[in-house]
Design a protein around this ligand. Sequence first.
Ligand code: HXC
Length: 258
Amino acid sequence: MAYETIIVEVEDHVATIKLNRPDALNALNSQLMRELSDALRDADGNEKVRCIILTGSAKAFAAGADIKEMSDKSFVDMFLSDYFGKEHDAVTRVRKPIIAAVAGYALGGGCELAMMCDFIIAADNAKFGQPEINLGVVAGIGGTQRLTRFVGKSKAMDMHLTGRFMDAEEAERSGLVSRVVPAKQLMAEAEAAANKIAEKSRMTAMAVKESVNRAFETTMSEGILFERRMFHAMFATEDQNEGMEAFLEKRTAQFRDK
Ligand code: HXC
């Protein structure tokens, strides 16, 4: 499909979606969010794809929702269109693993989009922030909820109330990102992680994603029960048999998604 605001490449088993509005530091407008939703749905439905990377440019993952597009909207416009609501839900409905590879600015909606992914690998020049307060608004696609779960109340309040940016080192220390790498190595690191995930059973990877995400949606005992049932269910798959047999035979498992 031809997109104007994103670039999609599928190589081996990894789909890479690059946000591409360089003149606006990849600000998220309605067209980009629509195209991103479509591309993610396609990648999720593409049998060949086993992992997705979402990235931006060297200067910006995304500098937030597009302020030019939003500036003259009214409450009624935002409410009736449920601004970015459908697109938020589309990103979070993707069942395959998504890695955010973040260089430069990930601000406002950009930080929120990165947090919707399954984990974040950051370049050492990455800067995260929720500066919506400077515009007289609050975060709108999960920033108050997800950042708080990642970094705790004190730091989340600090970020949202002062609008300050967090560098990559602080983001890693706070649990917002899983790894920090030199900027030049960002894509190689993300691709290596994606290829590693692509070697696993697709079902198991999806079950991991569903199980970890349960931790954000339910109580500890319900989450652990969900996990245990998922663990039991894996014993109905050939991939469980293959994984365990391969270990015992001291060879690499060949998963077949069965
Ligand atoms: C529209 C943006 C933009 C944005 C940058 N640009 N961020 N356009 N929306 N969010 C544009 C600038 O207008 C400028 O265009 C070009 O990108 C380069 O930006 P500069 O400001 O000149 O670059 P620089 O001086 O390097 O500063 C980088 C920056 C700054 C610190 C990232 O651009 C910035 O503060 N941007 C806004 C960040 C922000 O407030 N984000 C939250 C948005 S609200 P021109 O045409 O002048 O060259 C949000 C709500 C989410 O995200 C809720 C969703 C429902």
